[in-house]
Design a protein around this ligand. Structure first.
Ligand SMILES: *Cc1c(COP(=O)(O)O)cnc(C)c1O
Length: 479
């Protein structure tokens, strides 16, 4: 490597020094660390092999088709699809969901020619934001059905009551991200099938861990009425970011996610996913990881994750003032204030997350949400356990306990949703401060999200992120 190359990479190293640690189990969201350094190295080498390939055209680059076929048949086996199941390898859960919604919309339009209504997507309120985003991009209307705040999910009948002739798609999560709770997949899928409505199972986070999780009720493609499923390779598949699988049980629905165009003067276009030209690097990396691990590898990693999850649950259950919200299945937990202990013993989950962060572990705050029926999903802090968690369990447990001790009794009065908000912070100033100090007052941001009308807080976040990522004026370029 030339001296100049070294300089470029060392500049990158200085940038990377700002990042949260991606390995070692200290960040309990965003990253899914297998704890196997050799697996990461293999993924990197596989990605480098295809660095120059364009995934746009598998006929020119058949390695793309071969790797995809291997991944799809692996996913079809573990998610128990029928032999006719087909699908796509996408860039992530959001893209898999986007395509599932697109396919359902196209199918609805085909069945309702000339119908002026806006087709609907009916979901439990805990369904991932990616469905809202897909509906926004693709012109569908979201219908969010309240879940029971005690369980984190709902009775299938409650959702079924909203399924009508304008419904293009319904959804069950396996599990839902916020509380790690599995929806009643069989009941929702049966109600959908009865009415001829497609049912998508969002197993983005659970797809490559629940197949080996003990005592899980049926949730996959083998459940009658489930028409599609998404499962992220870049979560519990342990692949680097940029890889997810979408499987569709019905070949007609599968075709509906494609886009093809011959009506322009350039090359004939046929795109199975959202992008045109696309990297094959994340595909090759995911392919290498899956090929190397196989079902045996996933089973072993899942056993470690299950042990870590059980231990962390025990820590939370044994910590006065906190409790696990809902009844999670799998390695995701949402922790909230225990309402059954006297106020001086209560622990605010966001203050707790900040205290735990000071002790070296990054947890993810989630704001309270008032549902359509007026019930409130309490503010929580989210933890995702991974194989790497096992290597730091004692330290993590100690940090979770001590963090609670730090802030016990300081439980903030719940912010009245829609109530008056005084001293609105300036998002640009907040972004500038965060960039300079590397610190962000997350409890304050989350409290603001809870207090402001949702569209206003969403705009505030946009302004904040735009400012956080904008090129600073007057800064010299790297060279
Ligand atoms: C992560 C996740 C998604 C979205 O996936 P991205 O890969 O972040 O785009 C969708 N659904 C669930 C349940 C998830 O956990």
């Amino acid at each position: 490597m030339s001296e100049h190359d070294e300089q470029v990479l060392s500049l990158l190293d200085t940038y990377r020094a700002h990042d949260a640690p991606t390995h070692g189990g200290r960040v309990l969201s965003y990253v899914y660390d297998s704890g196997l350094a050799e697996l990461d190295a293999l993924a990197g080498r596989a990605a480098a092999r295809v660095q120059a390939v364009n995934g746009l055209d598998p006929t020119t680059f058949p390695s793309v088709a071969l790797m995809q076929a291997d991944l799809l048949s692996f996913a079809r086996d573990v998610l128990r699809g029928a032999p006719g199941t087909s699908g796509a390898v996408t860039s992530g859960g959001t893209e898999s969901i986007m395509l599932a919604v697109l396919a359902a919309r196209e199918r609805w339009r085909e069945h309702h020619p000339g119908d002026p209504r806006t087709p609907r997507v009916v979901v439990p309120s805990t369904a991932h934001a990616a469905f809202h985003k897909a509906a926004h991009y693709l012109g569908l209307q979201m219908v969010t059905v309240p879940v029971d705040p005690r369980t984190g999910t709902l009775e299938a009948d409650r959702l079924a009551a909203h399924l009508d002739d304008a419904t293009a798609l319904t959804v069950a999560s396996a599990p839902a991200y916020p509380h790690g709770v599995l929806d009643p997949v069989a009941g929702i899928a049966a109600a959908a099938a009865e009415r001829g409505i497609p049912c998508h199972v969002d197993a983005c986070v659970g797809g490559f861990v629940l197949p080996w999780w003990e005592g899980t009720p049926p949730w996959d493609l083998a459940v009658p009425g489930v028409t599609s499923i998404s499962a992220d390779l870049h979560k519990f598949g342990y692949a680097p970011k940029g890889a997810s699988v979408l499987l569709l049980a019905d070949p007609a629905l599968d075709r509906a996610r494609y886009y093809a165009l011959t009506d322009w003067p350039g090359y004939p276009v046929v795109n199975p996913t959202v992008l045109g030209s696309r990297s094959a690097m994340s595909l090759a990396a995911a392919w290498a990881v899956v090929t190397r691990l196989g079902t045996q590898g996933y089973a072993e990693l899942t056993a470690g994750v299950a042990r870590a999850t059980a231990e962390v649950r025990e820590v939370v259950d044994g910590t006065a003032g906190l409790r696990v919200v809902g009844e999670p299945t799998g390695p995701l937990l949402a922790v909230g204030t225990d309402p059954d202990v006297p106020r001086p013993e209560q622990v605010d989950p966001h203050a707790w997350a900040q205290a735990v962060a000071a002790r070296g572990f990054v947890l993810q705050g989630q704001p309270a949400l008032t549902q359509a029926d007026g019930t409130v999903l309490p503010r929580t802090t989210h933890l995702t356990l991974t194989p790497a968690s096992a290597s730091v369990l004692d330290e993590l447990g100690a940090a979770l306990r001590a963090g609670a001790d730090d802030v016990r009794g300081q439980a903030a009065a719940p912010v009245e949703a829609g109530g008056p908000v005084t001293d609105l912070p300036d998002p640009v100033a907040l972004a500038r401060a965060a960039r300079e100090s590397g610190e962000l007052d997350l409890p304050a941001v989350l409290a603001l999200v809870e207090a402001l009308p949702r569209p206003q807080s969403a705009r505030l976040l946009v302004d904040f992120l735009a400012a956080f990522t904008a090129p600073p004026t007057g800064r010299p370029s790297p060279d």
